[in-house]
Design a binder for this molecule. Sequence first.
Ligand SMILES: *Cc1c(COP(=O)(O)O)cnc(C)c1O
Length: 388
Amino acid sequence: MRTVYLDHNATTPVLPEVFEAMRPYFTENFGNASSIHQSGRLAKAGLEQARQDIASLIGCQAAEIYFTSGGTESDNFAIKGIAFANRGQGKHIITSSIEHHAVEVSCKFLEKEGFEVTYLPVDSDGLVDPNDLKKAIRPDTILVTIMYANNETGIIQDIKSLSAVTREAGVYFHSDAVQATGKIPYKIKDIGCDLLSISAHKIYGPKGVGLIYIKAGTKIQPWNEGGGHEQGRRAGTENVAGAVGLAEALRIADLDLQAETEKLLSMTTGFYNKLKDIIPDIHLNGSFKTRVPNTLNISFKAIEGESIVLSLDLNGIMVSTGSACTSGATDPSHVLRAMGLTPDLAHGSIRFSFGRSNSENDIDYIVSILAREVKRLRSISPLYAEKG
Ligand SMILES: *Cc1c(COP(=O)(O)O)cnc(C)c1O
């Protein structure tokens, strides 16, 4: 059966070049980067080269990059690390109501630890208003954490304005840039953030590795305790192959950014236009303008997203409802609810996330299967029959 993978925001395949760049660090150069002998030095050299390469790609100093086990750890590290190191200055944290669970649950944890968290609303396009942020900042605010691009909708925040407002108030600013990285061009110094999270497996790198950028001079509590790895801030034998893979994945993403953007935009636009012509009562969540080029989040009136996912899967098409981490849960997406969608429409939403494994000739195939399946599901839906 023909398969079409449309879930690149959940994860991506490792590119062959990335795999090849990593290979020597599993075999010949397997050493522990902390060992002082030749094998260790080779591993250390690979690790530090990766750090250097990434620093020049994202526009920061190599010493400001700390490798982690991925986006989730980076988010936890940023939020808990800043909170605990700066609790003497205040106990107030600001975030948005559409964050990834790694951020949301870290904030919820801090609330149990006596911190106060403000969850900023978003408009119907999923955007945080920098004026709302300005008003929410208090003398005891120690951290603002707002994501760059949303994993469920692809909506891109006005991150420079949000960062500028935060900086003006002298408060630390963190951004989860896991979904923005490799999809929109940015440099750390242009954003002006103090902390930023990146994950490798969303950009055709390996799973289980990521990084956190921490601006020099930032007061943050170390994460893992143990040896003095990662400048004493994140103990644990370094995942050298993973770091090398992340660097290579970032290099390729940067190199191909323009071509990929054009290709993805053409695919998502073509897909949406065709869909809209053939299937009635669909709703694009978030505006077309302020989104990463690969993601479309669409609600299908009167049917459950889960039913669509399953029937598409039987036809070899892989999509998801909302984020991968919440699939299986029956609560409607907190992101779509925050954008003002009714529970009904939020329940009927599907995320289509395109990527390198797709081509233009997938479009007609998925549109035709989708049209057939939506029609079938609606024909057995009492909700749709009622409304005609
Ligand atoms: C995937 C994702 C994460 C988590 O990254 P992992 O490396 O899978 O832990 C965090 N934030 C966003 C926005 C994501 O899409």
